[in-house]
Each structure stands twice: as C-alpha cells, then as structure tokens.
Design a protein. Structure first.
Length: 371
C-alpha cells in the first residue's frame, strides 16, 4: 500500500507555492495601488487649484479598489504563468507519446513537483522504448531460431528419406552399395538425433526452473576420462592431444553430466575448426579459488563480428577449415557450454589472438548448492 504521507506533503508544497504567489501579488498590488493613488491625487490637486475641481478628489477612494483588483489580477497571472503553461506542455507531451512518438521528450525545466513529473515521464518513455526494442530483438531471435531449427533438421531428414527411397525401390547394384546406403542412413539418423538432443538440452538449460544435480566430483578424473574417449577420434582427424591437467584430485561440487557436456562441446569445437594436422592443448588448474579448464587450438582467424557472434545460438562459422569427416553441428554447442558454466556461477570466455583460440571455462571452487 502506498504511503499517503509523501503525497500529502507534496500537495501541501504545491498549495504553499500558489499561496506564496498570491501573497506576493497582494503585497505588490497594495503598494502599487497606493503609489498610483498618491500620484494621481498630487496631479489632480495641482490641476484643480486653478480650475476649482476639488470635487474630483472625493472620487479617488472609489478608484483605488478597481486599481488594486487590476494590479493584483495582472501580477498573479504573470507570477503563475509557468504553473499553468507547464501542465499544458506535459499534457501535449503525453498525447504525443501515447500516439507512439517514443522519441519525444517532455521539456519542463523546473526543480519542483512538475519538474519531477516531467523527468518521470521521460524516464518511463525511455524504458518503454527499450522494452519495445528488446521485444523486437526477442521476436527476431525467435524467428532466427525457428529458421535455424528448420534448416538443420531438414538437411539430414532429406538425406534419410532419399536413402530409404533408394532402399525401398531396390536401387542399388550390389550388397556393398546396399550396406553403404544403410550405413549412410544410420549416420544421418544419428546426426539428426544429435541435433534434437542439442536443441532439447538448450531449451532445458535456458528454462527458468532448470535444476542442477550437484555432487562432489573429482574434475581431474572426469577430464581424464573425457580425453581418453576423445583421443582416438582426434587421431583419426590428424589431431594430437597435449594435456597439462596434473595428476592431483581437484574436487568441486558440480553437475558432472552437464560439466562433461560443456567440456565435450569445447573439445568437439576445437576438433572441427583446428588446422589439420594440428594440436589441441588442454589445461586445468586452480587459481584464486577458480577452477580453470582451457581448450586451445590453432585455426583460421575470425573477424571481430564472427568472434562476437560465436556464442550465439545456431551461429556456425562456415569455413572450409572444418573437418570433412565430422558432421556439421547444430550451432548450439558453445551456447550450451556457456549456459552450463553460468548455471554453475562460472564463465566461458574466448581469447583469440591471430590464429590461436583459447576457450577458458572457469568455475568457482565452492559452488552454492541452492540450485
């Protein structure tokens, strides 16, 4: 419930402000009326001496009251002119804003209540303008997301339908070609499942009620296991793994499945976009109560615009440097990894110098278990 005391004080201030104008106008009117009356009496007295118009002096008491009223009215109107003009300016400004002109700003240069009203109106208009811009960006992002999903899902699905049609119509020459069609169909179906899994994971991570299954985990053991499984795939693609992760346990309270997903996404990103043959460097250490996992590779330099968009959902750098033996991803890998880091109160950043890319996943050594 609003406190009526501040409103009462503001009302009293406005009333006192108008009363002050009335008192000033009253004093000015009395002084001016008396001065004008004395001047007129003096002038008429000098004139009437020679013309015997002494009766004129008797009518001045009756003239004094109208003179006072005229002077008071004029003085009061002049002194309260801004008080009447500024509300009109506010009303006109609100009319323009309500018609959709959100670039308009009310210009009332006052330090009193009306000035604060004008300032609040301008602040409200700026917030409304920012809200509309944000809603438009969200709408555009939503449309881009639908377009990205449609494109990414249609490509493998079209291939699957094509191969199934070939198999259905016996359009193969021998058993070897049949086996190749079946394997390609399986690969495309697996790729489609991976895209759907990424999409599901992304929507789940960005949900407001996302819950983490926090447990005390040895991150050294987790990372060592991930690298053991990743190394054969890297060797197939001409990539050598250099790891500097020590051999001591590094304990942290994390959701092991999600952290494994984030690190795996970073490793796959480095594998896709590394120059072949090449080397991927993986480091892990603790500094200033921060656990840092770094994945570094050498690839084709990015433009500033590409670097800024790298963590955007569905953004993919379409370079020939990506491995031909690795299927295109959904463009959600880095976005998912960053969301996982932020859910753990950590960060995921990119340090890009020339052709060296270093992704740094930082996690607090002590994570609040309220999630």
């Amino acid at each position: 419930m609003n406190n009526p005391l501040p409103q009462f004080k503001q009302t009293k201030k406005i009333q006192i402000h108008i009363l002050n104008r009335m008192v000033i106008s009253f004093v000015i009117s009395i002084v001016a009326s008396v001065m004008i009356n004395n001047i007129l009496i003096t002038i008429v007295a000098k004139i009437s001496d020679g013309l015997e118009w002494n009766g004129l002096l008797n009518i001045f008491p009756y003239i004094l009251t109208p003179i006072f009223i005229l002077i008071f009215t004029f003085t009061f109107l002049v002194s309260t002119r801004k008080i009447g003009r500024d509300p009109v300016s506010l009303e006109q400004g609100l009319q323009l804003i309500s018609e959709g002109n959100l670039d308009y700003r009310v210009s009332v240069n006052r330090q009193d209540e009306l000035g604060r009203v004008a300032s609040n109106i301008n602040h409200m208009t700026e917030q409304l303008q920012q809200l509309i811009v944000k809603e438009r960006e969200m709408e555009k992002s939503k449309m881009d997301m639908i377009t990205g999903i449609s494109h990414d899902l249609r490509t493998p699905l079209t291939s699957i339908i094509g191969y199934i049609e070939l198999l259905r119509t016996d359009s193969f020459q021998d058993k070897a070609e049949y086996d190749r069609f079946v394997q390609n169909t399986y690969n495309k179906a697996t790729h489609l499942k991976k895209l759907l899994d990424d999409l599901f994971e992304y929507t789940r991570l960005t949900s407001v009620d996302t819950q983490l299954n926090l447990n005390k985990v040895n991150l050294y053991q987790l990372l060592d296991q991930l690298l053991f499984e990743f190394e054969p795939l890297a060797q197939e693609n001409g990539i050598h793994i250099e790891k500097e992760i020590g051999d001591a346990p590094i304990m942290a309270c994390v959701d092991s499945d999600k952290i494994a997903r984030a690190i795996d996404n970073l490793l796959m990103n480095a594998l896709k976009y590394s120059l072949k043959p090449g080397t991927i460097y993986i480091r892990m250490n603790i500094r200033h109560e921060q656990i840092r996992v770094e994945v570094e590779n050498i690839g084709t330099p990015l433009t500033l615009e590409q670097k800024d968009k790298l963590f955007d959902r569905f953004y993919k750098v379409d370079y020939s440097r990506s491995s031909e033996g690795i299927q295109s991803g959904s463009g959600l890998g880095l976005s998912i990894a960053r969301n996982i880091a932020e859910l753990h109160q950590g960060t995921l950043t990119l340090h890009h110098t020339d052709n060296v890319f270093t992704f740094q996943l930082s996690l607090p050594a002590h994570i609040n278990s309220k999630h």
